[in-house]
Design a binder for this molecule. Structure first.
Ligand code: SAM
Length: 298
């Protein structure tokens, strides 16, 4: 099967820091590719703020993000770069009223939210895909991926209504299409026929432990699809339990890839799982059963 078929995102090794890293214009059908502006150039959308006249501030805010994009082999169009700037600003503004993120520093948002979300492209590189982001919160990792992969269909599932409202605001403000934010819980939606085994790729960042995440994700994943779970820290026990849970869910671990990008050198990994068999109908169980009796316990 071709590497570019939906859901056929074969994991590939970490993209090197070398300048020979493959470059891709991620904005098919959009204006010509553009690297994020050098620090001495003020992007058009930044002209109004006094803070933004500082070239030092610009450099420290954008250079690591631009370096990270380069390491991923990504070139943003001007439109995509503006979308990230607007998203950052809206996140900071809304965060003063509702609790969306613990990160309030613009440079940190560019790295710990945007670049971290885009790191999934290290292991999942397909031209078309139907992606579900479970527990997307303020949109991570689903919305940054949608910005650089406008041709993907993305569903953002989130249990907290205010966060869904924020994501819908971003979708409208950035004029993104084929992306929807849905208010609900994974363990309920997964039993609806229209969502069952309907996705090529699943992700969930910072939502639950591996056995729980796999139980949420597997029922949504078509056979042959991928479940990509960013994790950090010591995973020894969680991974062992996750692998036992995976056997019950028709899932196997395919790869575990270290993420080493600017600002993200803290032991992050991408765990890539494949749905090798249809997930049994009894999963996911109810939230209370999942929390009382997580899968994979010895
Ligand atoms: N993924 C985002 C990120 O990395 O920034 C948000 C992470 S936040 C710590 C976890 C989010 O998952 C919360 O917004 C919570 O409401 C949502 N969540 C937890 N369990 C869920 C479930 N069963 N179904 C849908 N959303 C869930």
């Amino acid at each position: 099967m071709s590497k570019d078929s939906p859901g056929e995102g074969n994991p590939h090794p970490y993209i090197s820091r070398k300048s020979s890293a493959r470059k891709r214009n991620v904005g098919a059908g959009l204006p010509p590719a553009l690297q994020p502006p050098p620090a001495h150039q003020t992007p058009p959308t930044l002209l109004n703020s006094a803070q933004q006249t500082s070239s030092e501030w610009l450099k420290s805010t954008f250079q690591p993000f631009a370096d990270g994009l380069q390491q991923l082999g990504l070139e943003l169009t001007e439109q995509q770069f503006d979308q990230f700037l607007r998203y950052k600003q809206e996140l900071l503004d809304w965060n003063t009223r509702i609790n969306l993120t613990a990160i309030n520093d613009p440079a940190e948002i560019m790295l710990k939210h945007f670049l971290d979300s885009l790191s999934l492209l290290m292991v999942y590189e397909v031209s078309d895909a139907r992606l579900l982001d479970i527990g997307a919160g303020a949109g991570f990792p689903g919305l940054p991926l949608k910005i650089v992969r406008p041709q993907w269909q993305v569903l953002l599932l989130e249990a907290t209504g205010k966060k869904v409202t924020f994501m819908r605001h971003i979708i409208e403000t950035l004029q993104l299409y084929d992306v929807q934010a849905v208010h609900g819980r994974a363990e309920e939606l997964a039993h609806k026929p229209e969502y069952r085994a309907a996705f090529d790729a699943l992700t969930a960042r910072a939502v639950a432990s591996l056995p729980v995440l796999l139980e949420y994700a597997a029922p949504f994943c078509r056979v042959g699809g991928q479940i990509i779970l960013p994790k950090k820290g010591d995973l020894t026990e969680e991974l062992a339990q996750g692998k036992r849970a995976a056997r019950q869910l028709g899932v196997v671990l395919k790869d575990s890839v270290a993420v080493r990008l600017p600002g993200l050198e803290d032991g992050r990994r991408l765990l890539v799982w494949e749905q090798v068999k249809k997930c049994p109908e009894q999963f996911p169980r109810s939230a209370s059963v999942i929390s009382k009796k997580p899968l994979g316990l010895l």
